[in-house]
Design a protein around this ligand. Structure first.
Ligand code: MN
Ligand code: MN
Length: 418
C-alpha cells in the first residue's frame, strides 16, 4: 500500500482514525510505556477502551487497582501470585479455628503451605505430628507450645505477638492459647502440599489401635482407656494452663532440655537494616539455630517507602501481609512484569530469582513476612549490584552517565529512601 492510498483509507472512517492513532503510537515507544503493541490505560485513546460493562463485584475488584488498570510497564502472563486467608474457609471448633492455603488452592506456592489459626484462652491444638517442618509467627496474644525431640527431651515455652517457632518434621507437639484471650498465628509448612487438616493426631491413633495392644503398650489394663475420644479432637476447649515453670518442672527428664530453643523472638530483634523507608529483621538458622528449613524476614515499610528491587538466589518467597497495604511488582524473563495489590491477611508468592519490589501504597506502616524454604536468608539488591559493577559497563548498558551511577545507593539499603 503506497502512502497516499494508506492515508486515504485511514481518513475515511472513525475506525480508521483509531487505527491511525495506534500506528502513530507504535512509532512512539516511550520511557515507562515500552510495549509493542502498546498496552495500559495510557495508550487508550478511545476512552471506551477503559469501560468495564460488567458483570462486576466492585467491593472485590476495588481491592486490586493494579489489576484493574496495570501500569503500562506490565507485560506478559505471569501466573497469579496473590492468595488470601480472607476468603479461605474456617474450620471452627469449640476452642478455636483454622484455615489454610495450600498449593491445591494456590498453584504457585510450591515450597510453602500456609495456615492461619486461632486458639481461645485454654483452647488446645491437639498433640500431633506431621511430615512437614512447621514454622510459625504469632500475630496476636499468647500461646504455650510443647515439642518433644528424638532424644526424649521435652521443650515447653510461652510465646507472644512477634515471636516465632520452628518444629522439625516429625517432632510431636501441641499448642494452647493462654493469657486473657488466647492467640492467633500463622503457620508456614516447608512443603506446599502440607495439609493442616491431615496431621497425625494422638486421639486418632489410640482410637484405631486394638484395646489389648494399648494395654500391653502402656502396661496398664485396657479399660483404663475406655473413655478415650473415638473421634479426634484436633482443636478443643481446655483449661488455661498454670505457670510455665510448673509445666517445665513437670516434664523435666534425665536427658534435660533440648540444647537449642524451638521458639525465638523475631519482632524483638534489632533490625539488620534501618532506613528512612523502613526496617528489616531476619531470623534463620544463623541466629535461630533450630530453624533449619525456614528463613524469614519481618519487613516494615513506612508510608511512601519502597522495599528495594531485589531477588533471592536461594529460594522462593512466600509472603504473609500483616498490616497496611502495598503493591508487589514482579519481573521475569520474557519480558514478563506483573503488579499486584495486597492487604492484611493476604498471601504473596515470588519464585526464586524473580526480581521484585514492594511499594507501600497506604498511609500507615506496611508490615509483612518474607518466608523462605531455606536455612538462611539471602537476597541480591539491584542497586547494590549496579553500584559495585565497573561504572563504564553500567554507563554503556543503561545510557546513563558515570556521575549519575555514582549516586546509586552503595550499601544495599533494603528500604528506600535511605
Ligand atoms: Mn503442627
Ligand atoms: Mn523479597
Amino acid at each position: 500500500m503506497n502512502p497516499m492510498s494508506r492515508r486515504g483509507l485511514l481518513t475515511t472512517s472513525a475506525v480508521g482514525s483509531l487505527l491511525a492513532g495506534a500506528a502513530t503510537r507504535v512509532q512512539a515507544q516511550t520511557f515507562g510505556n515500552p510495549d509493542l503493541p502498546p498496552q495500559g490505560a495510557i495508550n487508550a485513546q478511545n476512552p471506551r477502551s477503559l469501560v468495564d460493562p460488567g458483570p462486576q463485584n466492585p467491593a472485590l475488584a476495588g481491592q486490586f487497582p493494579a489489576a484493574q488498570s496495570p501500569p503500562a510497564t506490565d507485560v506478559g502472563g505471569l501466573p497469579q501470585n496473590w492468595a488470601s486467608f480472607n476468603n479461605s474457609p474456617k474450620r471452627i471448633q469449640n476452642g478455636g479455628w483454622a484455615r489454610q492455603v495450600t498449593q491445591a488452592d494456590f498453584a504457585l506456592s510450591e515450597t510453602i503451605s500456609g495456615v492461619n489459626m486461632r486458639l481461645t484462652a485454654g483452647g488446645i491444638r491437639e498433640l500431633h505430628w506431621h511430615l512437614a517442618g512447621e514454622w510459625a509467627y504469632m500475630s496476636y496474644g499468647n500461646c504455650r507450645v510443647t515439642v518433644f525431640d528424638e532424644q526424649s527431651r521435652m521443650y515447653v515455652s510461652d510465646v507472644k505477638e512477634g515471636d516465632i517457632w520452628f518444629f522439625p518434621a516429625g517432632l510431636p507437639h501441641s499448642l494452647q492459647g493462654t493469657g486473657s484471650d488466647g492467640c492467633e498465628f500463622i503457620l508456614a509448612f516447608d512443603d506446599g502440599k502440607a495439609n493442616e487438616f491431615n496431621t497425625l493426631l494422638v486421639t486418632d491413633w489410640l482410637a484405631h489401635t486394638p484395646p489389648e495392644i494399648l494395654a500391653e503398650n502402656f502396661g496398664i489394663p485396657a479399660d483404663s482407656f475406655s473413655k478415650i475420644p473415638l473421634q479426634n479432637r484436633w482443636i478443643f476447649q481446655g483449661r488455661v494452663p498454670g505457670d510455665l515453670t510448673l509445666d517445665q518442672a513437670a516434664v523435666r527428664g534425665p536427658n534435660g532440655a533440648p540444647p537449642y530453643p524451638f521458639t525465638f523472638t523475631l519482632a524483638g530483634l534489632k533490625p539488620v537494616k534501618q532506613t528512612k523507608g523502613g526496617e528489616v529483621r531476619i531470623a534463620d538458622s544463623t541466629n535461630f539455630t533450630m530453624s533449619k528449613s525456614i528463613a524469614a524476614a519481618l519487613v516494615t515499610i513506612h508510608p511512601g517507602g519502597l522495599r528495594e528491587m531485589h531477588w533471592h538466589p536461594n529460594a522462593d518467597e512466600w509472603q504473609y501481609w500483616l498490616k497496611g497495604k502495598g503493591r508487589l511488582g514482579v519481573f521475569d524473563t520474557g519480558p514478563n512484569a506483573k503488579t499486584t495489590d495486597f492487604n492484611p491477611g493476604d498471601i504473596g508468592y515470588v519464585k526464586r530469582n524473580h526480581g521484585h519490589y514492594i511499594k507501600n501504597t497506604g498511609n500507615t506502616d506496611l508490615q509483612m513476612l518474607e518466608v523462605f524454604r531455606s536455612d538462611h536468608f539471602a537476597d541480591i539488591s539491584l542497586s547494590d549490584w549496579l553500584a559495585h559493577t565497573p561504572p563504564e559497563m553500567v554507563a554503556q548498558t543503561l545510557n546513563v552517565d558515570v556521575a549519575t551511577i555514582a549516586r546509586f545507593p552503595k550499601n544495599k539499603p533494603a528500604m528506600m529512601p535511605e
